[in-house]
Design a protein around this ligand. Structure first.
Ligand code: SAM
Ligand code: SF4
Ligand code: F3S
Length: 486
């Protein structure tokens, strides 16, 4: 345990003690209710949040709660929030109203809020004023004190608000409950240093902190031993993995060469038996090295899918976005990757309606979409985020932005459709993920290039990597059949 200003900072060992205390408190609650208390963790936002939610659920299950899955009518509901665009915030406020209704019928119900949105002061003010029925509020920097916070909540009737303005180090080794037994996210770094002018993430997630390679490798080894076949390495910009560790080593007079770069980390993970697929997310184009392209090209395990956020195809807009590359840089990089690894699927993020964007800029974006031929793209209408530099720039007209967004979307759909069908008739390996949501006679699998394939098969195949013939392309997914391996 360590004292930091007026906050007491507990490490993972202390949190284990709180988990034990939590078990007793949940057992008491079970007596009161006459049944096992239930919990529900709802995730908004990105893969980082999804991974954090697995940690929250891991703690709650260990304390004795039963997981109610997606059913929000539970004894303890947590919303792990996102604030990257305003509509993410609005969804949270809307759904809090529904939770309030449940709480009126179940007065022992507890409601918790955490995640990126909680790092914004104006959100906390609003919650304190208008959402008094919320029991626990905490932020991204103190997520690992969750066991302690749950204990405090169960012992109190007051709203508990615990937000740290700044990140501390990285705390390893809290329990995790994985959504899928056969695949898992693995945080390799937290935070972001890039300060793209539209983006709130660096403000709510703090500066870049890389985990030590040995901790990451140990975690992946454990996952492999536990049956995980696919890992997704997570960071806002995985290409700058290790830069902070290198700097720290240099400052402390250590040997910075012993710190692994991201490509070197990938090579180490490739050596782990049992891991058959490696994915990672996200890559910033400005930091994508030739070393990484070489490692991907030579790897047997790194999946043939690269998500490389472009944001805009206009050099002028990219400059105002503080992305640090030009239209030509991006096109050259995409070409280099496709030339070296022809079967690599490229996907991207695009923002339309950024301050100052004109028709010529949108045309540049569409030109890039057509030239790169993205396999898919997430397109967003720019959302103003208070406190970011772009919020102070002259904003564009909403109707204009919507019109431009539709044009960009059509271009994306055209190229995506063109790319999707190119493997029809071929046999490719698919990791079988689940029973098809709409048709239980089908299984759903994912190809290395991230394309989905549905095919008839037995549930015992879930978690296996099987060869599937891609019989028919249905726009963005395939219908296939498993090839008999006997
Ligand atoms: N770090 C990742 C990267 O740069 O590739 C992106 C992470 S961000 C959570 C996901 C996407 O949200 C971004 O790539 C961007 O397209 C979009 N985004 C971020 N801020 C936005 C804003 N203010 N309005 C609209 N879209 C935004
Ligand atoms: Fe946001 Fe840019 Fe960081 Fe991605 S790289 S999280 S878009 S600031
Ligand atoms: Fe949202 Fe936070 Fe991710 S703002 S997109 S959940 S890092």
């Amino acid at each position: 345990m360590e004292n930091k200003k007026d906050i007491i900072v507990y490490d993972a060992d202390d949190q284990r003690l709180f988990i034990e205390r939590g078990k007793a408190l949940v057992a008491e609650l079970a007596k009161d209710l006459g049944r096992q208390p239930t919990c529900c963790v709802v995730t908004f936002g990105c893969q980082m949040n999804a991974r954090d939610s697995e940690k929250l659920l891991g703690v709650l299950l260990e304390m004795g709660y039963a997981d109610k899955g997606e059913d929000e009518n539970a004894d303890f509901v947590i919303f792990n929030t996102c604030t990257v665009r305003d509509n993410a915030n609005q969804r949270v406020y809307g759904r809090l109203g529904v939770l309030n209704g449940y709480k009126r019928r179940n007065p022992k119900m507890r409601i918790g809020l955490c995640g990126c949105m909680m790092q914004e002061e104006k959100v906390i003010e609003k919650l304190r004023e208008s959402y008094r029925f919320v029991d626990l509020i905490f932020g991204t920097h103190n997520l690992y004190t969750f066991p302690e916070l749950v204990c405090n909540m169960l012992e109190s009737d007051r709203m508990i608000v615990s937000i740290w303005k700044e990140e501390k180090g990285i705390v390893e080794e809290l329990p995790v409950s994985r959504k899928y037994p056969f695949k898992s996210g693995v945080n390799i770094m937290f935070g972001c240093n890039n300060f793209c002018s539209y983006c709130i993430v660096p403000y709510v997630r703090g500066r870049e902190r890389s985990r030590n390679a040995k901790d990451i490798i140990r975690e992946v080894e454990r996952l492999a031993a536990d049956g995980v076949k696919e890992v997704m390495l997570l960071g806002q910009n995985v290409n700058s993995y290790g830069n902070d560790l290198k700097k720290k080593a240099q400052e402390q007079g250590g040997i910075s060469e012993t710190v692994l770069t991201f490509p070197q980390l990938l090579q180490e993970i490739e050596k782990i038996d049992g891991i058959e697929r490696i994915r990672f997310m996200s890559s910033h184009p400005k930091d994508l090295s030739d070393e990484l392209i070489d490692v991907m090209a030579e790897s047997k395990k790194i999946c043939r899918h690269l998500h490389l956020a472009m944001q805009s195809g206009s050099t002028r807009i990219l400059k105002d976005m503080n992305r640090k590359y030009t239209k030509e840089d991006y096109l050259a990089l995409a070409k280099k990757i496709r030339d070296r690894i022809p079967d690599m699927a490229l996907t991207t993020d695009i923002i339309v309606g950024f301050p100052g964007e004109e028709l010529a800029d949108v045309e540049d974006t569409i030109d890039c979409i057509r030239k790169v031929e993205f396999d898919n793209a997430f397109t967003f209408i720019y959302s103003i985020r208070t406190g970011t530099p772009a919020a102070k720039m002259p904003q564009v007209d909403e109707t204009e932005a919507k019109k431009n967004f539709d044009m960009v979307l059509i271009a994306v759909q055209e190229t995506a459709r063109k790319r999707a069908g190119r493997y029809t008739g071929q046999v490719m390996d698919a990791l079988v993920e689940e029973v098809n949501e709409h048709d239980p006679s089908l299984l759903t699998g994912r190809l290395s290039n991230n394309t989905i394939v549905h095919f008839p098969g037995d549930v015992s195949l879930i978690g296996e990597i099987v060869p599937v013939k891609l019989v028919e392309c249905k726009g963005f997914y395939y219908i296939g059949e498993v090839i008999d391996q006997t």
